[in-house]
Design a binder for this molecule. Structure first.
Ligand SMILES: CC(C)(COP(=O)(O)OP(=O)(O)OC[C@H]1O[C@@H](n2cnc3c(N)ncnc32)[C@H](O)[C@@H]1OP(=O)(O)O)[C@@H](O)C(=O)NCCC(=O)NCCS
Length: 438
């Protein structure tokens, strides 16, 4: 993994990099928040990722080393995790901790680290890379905004309920003994209609009790209980933000009918937590800030608040045909549920350069295989749909519907109304209920 210049070597991370990488990232990340001082929460997070994290190995980091000193001067980490899109497993790498020491910036180190990461993920068949970060910057590296995150209103502390909940539902802090129940809830949610990031019991135990206290990514897990029965969870920040806000990053409830009572019990609990955090924060608790979509039941059924614009996650896929192939069971189920049968042996979706051939048996989807794209898909009679790869990514993830894509991309072309109907049914909007694993 050496680069073209002699000055730097790009290589996988090692456990022995922990101290240097913690120092590097603590001094470059979130400097506006830390007032230019090393950020202790970042240092603790890097140390956690390189020491005992249940799903991260040291070589998930990529490091640019200055050959003159042997020191890491830039790095990033690809945190591998399996998300589920309406039940279908989607391996994802969430990119975090992208940073270059100031005196080494402008040497294309970030570009080279991403190139190495993409090469590795292509070899290991990781279909999606996701990152949240500097506006526009990652577009230059092949990413596009293809997932919405956040957007729920902020609820002021004064609007939180002080009583209610009822029906025997209460919220209490989780312990590691709850990990199996929490993993069971995630398994059930994985088969719902949303995009989710399930955790197994080991990862839940880590979230509850495994991280260093200062770790910036540490969250606090609480459980929704009815007697001894764990019926849901609530995950919130471990401290108040600079604005006095308490973040909520995840909330789930096994029984939809419980949600109205659960939402009240959870908000009441968040009010207590916020008050408790005031003393250590040295500032007043101002609001609950859900990093959730506005349609999330906790938000819909909770107190009203101040609306927020959703933020975007950047996403990249190197191979949209492979992505479509992974979604095959979902496409088949969606067409089945709508009682749709394709009337030809195949449907060709051309992505301007490469194409997917969807094969049907008795009208049902039987296979998705890659084929060469047509030279001119818009005039090629065998092509049913010509969809730019970026638009296909948005459709596949349920971020944009086909009517939206047709509105925005003039080069998204469909052969006829039947194709349009099939593809509209294939790609409904999907709620994003992801609390990424970091
Ligand atoms: C952003 C950062 C990682 C770029 O590192 P780098 O190794 O210098 O990047 P490269 O040399 O590969 O690319 C440099 C290009 O990125 C641009 N760039 C650098 N920082 C940028 C920023 N904050 N916003 C927009 N563009 C930026 C440079 O202007 C340069 O553009 P050019 O090619 O038109 O000259 C580095 O500035 C850094 O560590 N910043 C602080 C930490 C941070 O913000 N990390 C990202 C968190 S999402």
């Amino acid at each position: 993994m050496t680069g073209e210049s002699d000055r730097y070597v790009v290589r996988p991370g090692q456990a022995s990099d922990a101290i240097m990488l913690a120092r590097l990232h603590a001094s470059v990340q979130l400097q506006a928040v830390s007032g230019g001082q090393p950020h202790p929460g970042i240092a603790a997070w890097v140390e956690d990722l390189l020491d005992g994290h249940p799903s991260v190995a040291p070589d998930d980091f990529l490091v640019a080393e200055d050959t003159a000193t042997g020191h890491p001067v830039a790095s990033l980490v690809g945190l591998r995790q399996d998300w589920r899109l309406a039940g279908v497993r989607l391996p994802v790498a969430q990119i975090e901790l992208v940073g270059t020491a100031p005196e080494h910036r402008g040497n294309r180190l970030t570009e080279r680290l991403f190139a190495a990461l993409h090469e590795r993920h292509a070899a290991e068949r990781v279909p999606l890379q996701v990152i949240e970060g500097i506006p526009y910057f990652y577009r230059r590296l092949g990413y596009d905004y293809a997932l919405a995150n956040d957007g729920a209103p902020t609820v002021s502390a004064g609007a939180l309920p002080t009583d209610g909940g009822g029906d025997g539902l209460t919220v209490r802090p989780a312990t590691v003994a709850d990990a199996d129940d929490l993993a069971g809830i995630d398994r059930r949610l994985a088969d719902g209609n949303a995009l989710v990031c399930p955790r197994d019991a080991a990862v839940w135990r880590y979230e509850i009790a495994g991280r260093r206290p200062a770790d910036l990514a540490r969250r606090v897990v609480a459980v929704l209980v009815h007697g001894d029965d764990v019926r849901g969870y609530l995950v919130h920040g471990a401290r108040l933000s600079a604005a006095g806000e308490l973040l909520v990053v995840a909330a789930a409830c096994t029984r939809p009918a419980d949600w109205p009572q659960a939402a009240t019990a959870m908000h009441k609990y968040l009010g207590h937590v916020g008050k408790r955090y005031e003393a250590s924060a040295g500032r007043p608790f101002t609001a609950v800030r859900p990093i959730l979509d506005p349609e999330h039941p906790l938000v819909r059924l909770g107190p009203p608040g101040v609306p927020r614009r959703p933020r975007g996650w950047y996403v990249r896929t190197a191979d949209p045909v492979d992505l479509l192939a992974r979604l095959q069971p979902l496409l088949r189920a969606r067409w089945d549920a709508a009682d749709l049968r394709w009337h030809e042996p195949a449907m060709t979706i051309d992505m301007y350069g490469r194409a997917a051939r969807l094969e049907f048996a008795g009208g049902e989807l039987a296979a998705v295989t890659p084929v060469r794209g047509a030279v001119s898909p818009s005039t090629e009679p065998e092509t049913h749909a010509a969809i730019p790869p970026g638009a296909l990514l948005q459709l596949a993830l349920g971020h944009r519907t086909l009517p939206e894509v047709l509105d925005i991309w003039p080069d998204c072309l469909l052969r006829d109304r039947v194709t349009e109907h099939f593809l509209t049914t294939a790609f409904p909007q999907v709620p994003v209920r992801v609390w990424p694993r970091n």
